[in-house]
Design a binder for this molecule. Sequence first.
Ligand code: ADP
Ligand code: MG
Length: 241
Amino acid sequence: MGKTTVAAHLAGAFALMGHDVILLDLDPERNLRKLFSQDINDEDASVFVPPINKNETGTTITVLNHDEWQPEDYPDIKITICDCSPVLDKNPKSLVEKFDYCIIPTTLNPLGVSKNCDVIIRTFKHIRRLNSQAEMFALINNYHSDQSFTNRNQVLRDHLRRSLSKYTSTDSKCKFIDPDAAKIRYSKSLLYWGYHIVEGTTPQLAFNSNGGRSHPRTDFLQLAEYLEEHTTIDELRRQGH
Ligand SMILES: Nc1ncnc2c1ncn2[C@@H]1O[C@H](COP(=O)(O)OP(=O)(O)O)[C@@H](O)[C@H]1O
Ligand SMILES: [Mg+2]
């Protein structure tokens, strides 16, 4: 579904916007640590993100396992992103209770739409049982933007939105993000993200531009901006959440 890819690159987008970010790994597969380690034996997993504006200093994404994370050790970090376990009960309850917002990535795929919808609603309900205030968003990942798919994408989007509304109409803090507002397109650089592990080179995000453009960079910045507009994240950040 793209949980790890979305968590890491959303952290990357906030980093590009000038925020240091903690990326908490809740998935027993520990993919994030592998993806962000400079060296396989290295305890430290972090990546430096250069600034968009040349006069800024750049920021750091630090990967931690949830049991290593002591928020008081990182008083200046206002954004923490969790890469959750797909087994909902495996995510520590004490952490889920603290979530301010959650993103549930899904794919627009004909055979998957009703199954994905059930998974999203189950996830919304699970988190809501533990956390009454979290704002939750279903996000389309792996979006195919070729023109020849426009009509089919619209039909699938409307179908998914209608199916999700069975739950979202009862919980005003759960929303489906219309792909016109924000989505993550299918991209080869996301598909091959992590190749640096095989090559043994330094970790990096899939934001490299190709002919001056990078779809992942555009899409994740758009997602981060969408979240700033549609949540109280800005305010929470000021309060130091
Ligand atoms: N937008 C995308 N475009 C292309 N490939 C993607 C995209 N999102 C995820 N992938 C690929 O799909 C696979 C699974 O993604 P991952 O983030 O590991 O999912 P999860 O953490 O939910 O298991 C990875 O190989 C990743 O590179
Ligand atoms: Mg994962």
